[in-house]
Design a protein. Structure first.
Length: 330
């Protein structure tokens, strides 16, 4: 999310003299700002991690962790996922399960007491989550061996993970983009739901004919974007599956209008399997942006699919998707 391509420069001071002029002073200030922003990103996320770790056994609204990081929940979810490698809800769940396996191995507490101590609220909830993750119930796990070893321990994160962007094709570019008028199919999804990607794929398939009709032929580009669902406190999203609208196409044909605003965007190209799309996004948010001293803007990031995207074989190593991330003013 380790080598991440972080470029480190060493100046051979024994062989070179460096005399700062006005331009080089500006470069040094810029580099310092970039390092400070990258450090701030990670420090804010690690404050949230520390709060989660201190409250594993308590009812923990993740909004509290977002407050520790001084972000809205929606933005916190994006940055936490990028810096840590998993969404905050998944991190909390896995840490609770790992603590549960440790207590089961000690054999000193009942399963009901363990479920309560690790924050699951009920034996049933602990049972379901444990079996879904490890393939056996807590009781079966406790009986399975007289010499128990912890199963798949998910240890506390003590420092941010490092990203690898193996599918990033070329260097990302900052450029002006928009506005673009879309017609979209949309649906609300819970941000942390396990089948989120399946639900989004189904949304595209269910509305494909409508989208083709709105865009006309040839269908050049498709856009996928998400924004916080109103009233959900950032815990749910509205996903838009959209196409650039033809002139004269009515906006009441089962699709909704959406305008991507004009602004400064980071454009990056992902080349490779769709299953690795998230890795590229994590790298851009967790490493590239803070390293270059930039922050995401208020508009939504989005994916662009064109003729280079292999819809018949989404795991093709040659399939390409363009990412655009809006940027706050530098």
């Amino acid at each position: 999310m380790a080598i991440i391509g972080r470029r480190r420069y060493r100046i051979g001071l024994k062989h070179h003299r460096f005399y700062p002029n006005r331009r080089s002073r500006s470069i040094l200030v810029g580099m310092s700002t970039q390092r400070l922003l990258e450090k701030e990103y990670r420090e804010r996320v690690m404050r949230a991690v520390a709060h989660i770790e201190a409250n594993l056994g308590n009812p923990l609204p993740l909004e509290e962790a977002a407050e520790r990081a001084s972000w809205s929940y929606f933005h916190f979810h994006r940055v936490f996922s990028a810096v840590i490698g998993v969404p905050p809800g998944e991190y909390l769940r896995m840490r609770r399960l790992t603590e549960g396996t440790r207590l089961l191995a000690l054999r000193s507490l009942s399963i009901a007491a363990i479920a309560e101590r690790v924050g699951f609220g009920s034996v049933e909830a602990f049972h379901r989550s444990f079996k879904a993750e490890f393939g056996k119930t807590p009781a079966e796990y406790r009986r399975s061996s007289g010499n128990l070893a912890l199963m798949n321990p998910f240890t506390p994160v003590e420092r941010p993970l490092v990203h690898i962007a193996g599918c990033l094709a070329g260097e990302p570019v900052i450029e002006r983009f928009g506005p673009v008028r879309l017609l979209c199919a949309r649906e609300e999804f819970v941000l942390e739901q396990p089948a989120l990607s399946i639900g989004i794929h189904t949304l595209w398939e269910r509305n494909w004919n409508l989208l083709v009709s709105a865009a006309g032929q040839p269908l050049v580009r498709q856009y996928g974007l998400a924004e916080p669902s109103p009233g959900s406190a950032g815990k749910a999203i509205v996903y838009y599956a959209g196409v650039e609208a033809r002139e004269g196409v009515p906006e009441d044909g089962g699709l909704v209008p959406y305008v991507i605003p004009e602004g400064e965007y980071l454009r990056a190209l992902h080349r490779g399997p769709s299953s690795k799309l998230n890795e590229t996004y994590l790298y851009l948010y967790g490493t590239w942006l803070p390293r270059h001293g930039r922050e995401p803007g208020m508009a939504m990031d989005f994916d662009v699919y064109d003729e280079r995207y292999d819809n018949d074989n989404r795991e093709s190593p040659l399939s390409e998707v363009t990412f655009r991330i809006p940027l706050a003013p530098a």
